[in-house]
Design a protein around this ligand. Structure first.
Ligand code: DX5
Ligand code: ZN
Length: 218
């Protein structure tokens, strides 16, 4: 089993000390910085917008992985790229023209991601999988940090892995929501490549050690 990529979600960090939180991530074994953007329409919550992403970028030494939980993401992807995003994920459920949205993201030079909600069958991605760099499998209903992991995710990872292997692509599987040290190993065994973790990392007494424990869970 490969070592996972670890993407701490700053949604759970201390926003009053954003700079030191990002510096901690720079020094940690985190691979990506996961950034959750919520519009209060696609999900029943608001998070933060472009000025905060720009502020993170001023300190971040790791790639910023922007997860757009918003309607009409095509109107904003360019602004997020400008703000420093290295990968941008749009939601399958928010895109009527997913192929076009992915091409737009790629044309900006970013990794193109598709996030998919817990109730949606991964088979819907079969005809577009070769265009996706990262599938962000939601293992909670998007909108909030600190929710309970949905166990059906294991099965979805396995099914998605099969689609990826059959099509001969190198699409990464990212799992987002309720990830902890107790489910990380099983997630990796099922085929996950990237683990997003928010509250598990930031509410621990040593976020840096917690990131390291996820990185070396296998
Ligand atoms: C949920 C977000 C997640 C969230 C994860 O809508 O997409 O990235 O920050 O937080 P935890 O790890 O606390 O479930
Ligand atoms: Zn997320």
């Amino acid at each position: 089993m490969n070592k996972p990529l670890i993407a701490p979600s700053v949604l759970a960090c201390d926003f009053a000390n954003l700079q030191s939180e990002i510096e901690m991530l720079n020094e940690s074994e985190a691979d990506w910085i996961h950034i959750d953007i919520m519009d209060g329409v696609f999900v029943p919550n608001l998070s933060f917008g472009i000025p905060v992403v720009q502020a993170i970028k001023r300190h971040a030494k790791k790639p910023m992985d922007v997860h757009l939980m918003i309607q009409n993401p095509e109107n904003y992807v360019e602004a997020f790229k400008e703000a420093g995003a290295k990968s941008i994920s749009v939601h399958y459920e928010a895109c009527n023209h997913l192929h076009r949205n992915l091409q737009q993201i790629k044309s900006l030079g970013c990794k193109a991601g598709v996030a998919i909600n817990p109730h949606v069958n991964v088979q819907v991605l079969k005809d577009i999988i070769t265009d996706i760099d990262v599938v962000c499998l939601m293992s909670v209903n998007p909108g909030f940090g600190g929710q309970k992991f949905i166990p059906n995710t294991y099965r979805k990872i396995e099914q998605l892995k099969e689609i990826i292997t059959d099509s001969g692509t190198s699409t990464l599987i990212e799992v987002d929501g309720g990830v902890t040290k107790s489910n990380a190993k099983r997630l990796l065994k099922a085929g996950a490549d990237v683990l997003v973790a928010g509250s598990f990392v930031f509410s621990s007494s040593s976020p840096k050690d917690t990131i390291s424990s996820l990185k070396h869970v296998v």
